[in-house]
Design a protein around this ligand. Structure first.
Ligand code: ZN
Length: 189
């Protein structure tokens, strides 16, 4: 798995330069069909304060079927959870494939071709597992320290977003199967 570092140095979050001691990982997905990892770093590398963007978000990495684009140092405090998890959790986004049709507020998918997206899904699922394994080893974490955005909301440490459970079940997966897959690799390293 290729990890390419391209830090978002113009993003106000990068400039804030606060450090964290990572206690966990939040898995997100972009809810933006067809925009791949290498595009995201440029899209997000903008300053809200200087009027270049209307969004104040910053995540540690974007991942697709080919690579991981790392946008922040792993121990940099990110702006991805919309809650206190920013103080403790590394966050990365899985890029979603083209062709997904969302409802109006992007909380659920109304049209999705499971068969056409199966191959892409398997690749990003596995890449996400490998990235989590790497981060677990780096920061002495286990699969139990990995959550997704909607779990973070239920725990009261993240904003009310549906990712990734609006998507994973379409391919028969959920966060428990994801954590199990991470554990399997961790146990074999
Ligand atoms: Zn999210």
């Amino acid at each position: 798995m290729k990890i390419i570092q391209k830090f978002m140095t113009r993003n106000d979050c990068y400039k804030a330069n606060r450090k964290i001691v990572p206690k966990g990982i939040i898995v997100h997905s972009t809810a933006t069909p067809g925009v791949m990892a290498h595009e995201w770093c440029d899209i997000m590398n903008k300053s809200y304060r200087e009027g270049e963007t209307n969004r104040q978000v910053c995540v540690h990495a974007f991942l697709d079927d080919e690579k991981v684009m790392q946008c922040l140092p792993w121990d940099h405090r990110g702006w991805h959870a919309g809650g206190s998890a920013n103080n403790t959790h590394i966050g990365f986004e899985i890029c979603e494939p083209a062709g997904i049709v969302y409802n109006e507020n992007r909380s659920s998918i109304v049209e999705y071709d499971v068969e056409a997206n199966e191959e892409y899904f398997r690749k990003v699922f596995y890449n996400a597992v490998l990235l989590c394994v790497k981060l677990c080893k780096m920061f002495n974490l286990t699969e139990n320290d990995i959550i997704t955005h909607c779990e973070g909301y239920k725990m009261g440490i993240a904003s009310n977003h549906a990712d990734v459970m609006h998507w994973f079940p379409k391919h028969g997966e959920d966060m428990d199967t994801f954590r199990n897959a991470v554990k399997k690799v961790l146990d074999n390293v």
